[in-house]
Design a protein around this ligand. Structure first.
Ligand SMILES: [Zn+2]
Length: 197
């Protein structure tokens, strides 16, 4: 950040009094510009042990398979973002009331928080690849080599865990902390769900 978005004058990095972090502060109007992590969303929409996935048309990881993902927009709920991204990338309409929390990642190195939902598809969906995808399919774990999976599900062992959970239909909520992209998790924990039927 070089200029104040309030008045257009230059900003400088300094610690406002009583603040533990350095901030961009406007030299003219004194506005403090806070920069906070971004929230990334993904949706695991599944039918049996098959997962709705798209082959990415764009970098990063063009040509590889990934689940619908994108950043949370202003004034949008997590569920709305998951529904929107899934529809934009695959043409599949998800019922937001049927989204279950699957995992939460802290990614401090890149200042992001990553939230993953899962939802069971009620019927075989009509698929339509959006502009971000070359191709959309319901895929099984064994169909796709690990190296063909896009960044969103390869940083960790989560594809294996996910497909095991789909097979057993016994799910956990996963909490991860990952130092950087491609590095083993610093901390993981899984909370087994024991849902009353
Ligand atoms: Zn200003």
């Amino acid at each position: 950040m070089n200029f104040c978005s309030d008045c257009g004058q230059p900003v400088e990095l300094r610690s406002p009094s009583g603040d533990s972090h350095r901030r961009y502060v406007c030299v003219q109007c004194g506005a403090v510009h806070y920069m906070n992590p971004r929230v990334l969303l993904s949706c695991i929409a599944y039918q049996g042990d098959r997962v709705l996935a798209g082959r990415r048309a764009q970098a990063p990881d063009a040509g590889k398979w990934g689940i619908p993902s994108g950043f949370l927009e202003q004034h949008e709920s997590l569920e709305q973002a998951a529904v929107r991204e899934t529809f934009e990338e695959t043409g599949v309409k998800i019922n937001p009331a049927r989204l279950e929390l699957y995992s939460i990642f802290s990614l401090p190195a890149i200042s992001q928080v990553y939230v993953v939902f899962r939802t069971e598809l009620e019927e075989t969906p009509q698929l339509r690849a959006g502009p971000e995808c070359q191709e959309v399919r319901l895929i099984q774990m064994q169909e796709i080599e690990r190296q063909d999976l896009a960044f969103v599900i390869t940083d960790i062992d989560s594809p294996k865990i996910l497909f095991q959970e789909l097979k057993s239909q016994s799910f956990s909520i996963h909490k991860w902390c990952i130092d950087t992209h491609g590095v083993r998790p610093k901390e993981t924990r899984a909370y087994r769900l024991n849902l009353a039927r």
